[in-house]
Design a protein around this ligand. Structure first.
Ligand SMILES: Nc1ncnc2c1ncn2[C@@H]1O[C@H](COP(=O)(O)OP(=O)(O)O)[C@@H](O)[C@H]1O
Ligand SMILES: O=C(CO)[C@@H](O)[C@H](O)COP(=O)(O)O
Length: 470
């Protein structure tokens, strides 16, 4: 039972920033919020110093006024897959290799080649691509063997922060399932794969079950010492908790990454590699497809065109694949952007609309495969739940409606990842099911935008440029 006056903190440590919400446990009211930016390297790789995340967390906590010092529990949702290597005092040996760093593509290809995609899908639950932590570990072994050999702890981004808060070396099944070395078929680390990777299992965090606590906040960590600390989870799994997501309801998240997912009763095992078979934080499954080029790619195109991101024009004949960072879905890590179909009468606004269309096309093509995990695509009148920073934009909303032909629900509650972490923290206090907390807080309530007629002409133009199974 929720007690009057109890407060939880939910943290979202994602690619571009850390966001923290202070939430009233009884009502779900957001009492205060804080946000601080991260720096991500540019060029061939994508790296961030984990100390940047810790400083951003402290900065964001400092913006909560009295609430950090009054919190009863805290949990961290974090960007998935990133490789954090630490020395024996918990200090980063080098900057973290992030999920959107495609330098590890050759290592991912070699891993898949060695066992075959079907083996990975069946045993691990996902066919590893460049984003997976295992491919990053192999990249590190190949390019910086001294850093790999010096590692005394290997963590994911959210584990790193949970450990700084609580001193506990723990993770959860949701984020562990994005490593490539946690097998969804057994619910445990795959010691055979770890052996092949030369990675001592003793360097990895313990995997906590749903509802288990990591421990309590230690002195000087920026949150009331003694407050309970949740296991945390990956950011997409956290958002699913935050929404109280039920099987068959599709979510589309527009952030640095684009993701489409649902929760499923059946364990996903897609040998095509399009659908990652992640575990959900509450014990179920989280089939998910992820793109590398979403809001940042579209914002870059707007900048190149000298336009505001909302200045789009309808119509025209372009097909634009905005794969500026290489791409993960479809698996084209060496790709770059492609623009075709330009005419004398093409407007800059149509080119910008083309970038939105290309980004959303790649996501929607994967949606049917995501929904098929539980045995069939959901009814097309089932609304897509639209979240992430991009969901605030009209051009994004209209593009998803036009290319999906489905209604779209935009929850009023922004920051679903941080809210999901707050739900996980609340479980520690009240013992409720996460879905009951999300329902009590009304997290998925928001306007329902009606379906628009599906724009088959644009979809056909894109499919002609790049056919995608869907
Ligand atoms: N009002 C808005 N309209 C459209 N897009 C927005 C708006 N505000 C923020 N964004 C987009 O949201 C993105 C950040 O989304 P977010 O989900 O916070 O990212 P991440 O979780 O990956 O750090 C930015 O890249 C920006 O393009
Ligand atoms: O790699 C994935 C999912 O597999 C990404 O979704 C990351 O988890 C990063 O998320 P954002 O920073 O874009 O929220």
């Amino acid at each position: 039972m929720a007690r009057e006056g109890q407060i939880v903190l939910g943290v979202d440590s994602s690619t571009q920033s850390t966001k923290v919400l202070a939430v009233d446990v009884a009502s779900g009211e957001v009492l205060a919020r804080g946000q601080a930016p991260h720096t991500v390297s540019t060029g061939a790789g994508r790296e961030t110093d984990p100390e940047v995340w810790w400083r951003a967390l402290q900065d964001a906590l400092g913006q909560l006024g009295e609430y950090a010092a009054r919190a009863d529990a805290v949990a961290v949702g974090g960007q998935q897959h990133g490789l954090v290597v630490l020395d024996d005092r918990g200090r980063p040996l080098r900057d973290a290799l992030l999920w959107n760093d495609v330098r590890s593509a050759p290592q991912a290809e070699a891993l898949v080649e060695r066992r075959g995609a079907a083996w990975w899908a069946e045993r691990i639950g996902s066919v590893p691509g460049a984003s997976f932590t295992l491919a990053k570990w192999e990249w590190l072994r190949a390019h910086e063997p001294e850093a790999a050999a010096a590692a005394r702890a290997v963590r994911l981004p959210h584990d790193f922060l949970t450990e700084r808060l609580s001193g506990a070396a723990v993770t959860d099944r949701g984020d562990a399932s994005g490593t490539g070395w946690w097998a969804s078929s057994t619910g445990a680390y795959d010691e055979e794969l770890l052996g092949e990777a030369g990675l001592d299992p003793a360097l990895l965090p313990a995997v906590l079950g749903p509802g288990e606590a990591a421990g309590t906040v230690r002195d000087g960590a920026g949150v009331r010492a003694g407050a309970l600390v949740g296991a945390g989870t990956g950011d997409n799994a956290a958002a699913a908790l935050g929404l109280g997501l039920t099987p068959g309801r599709p979510v589309l998240s527009l952030g640095t990454s684009g993701t489409v997912y649902t929760v499923a009763r059946q364990r996903p095992a897609d040998p095509s590699g399009t659908v990652a078979g992640f575990a959900a934080a509450d014990g179920g499954w989280l089939p998910l497809a992820c793109t590398l080029n979403c809001t940042l790619a579209v914002d870059k195109v707007a900048e190149l065109l000298g336009r505001d991101r909302e200045q789009v024009d309808p119509g025209g004949s372009v097909a634009f694949l905005p794969f500026l960072d290489g791409e993960r879905t479809p698996n084209l890590p060496y790709a770059s952007g492609l623009l075709t179909g330009l005419r004398h009468d093409t407007t800059a606004g149509q080119v910008l609309q083309g970038a939105y269309d290309g980004a959303v096309y790649a996501l929607l093509a994967a949606l049917d495969l995501v929904l098929a995990v539980d045995g069939g695509a959901a009814a097309t009148d089932e609304p897509i739940v639209l979240i992430g920073g991009g969901a605030k934009g009209s051009a994004w909303r209209d593009t998803v409606r036009r290319l999906s032909g489905r209604p779209v629900r935009v929850p009023v509650a922004s920051e679903l990842v941080a809210l999901g972490a707050a739900v996980q923290a609340t479980v520690l206090l009240t013992g409720e099911e996460p879905s009951a907390i999300a329902a009590r807080w009304g997290t998925s309530e928001g306007p329902l935008l009606p379906a628009l007629p599906r724009d088959d002409a644009t979809l056909a133009r894109l499919a002609e440029t790049l056919p995608l199974a869907g």
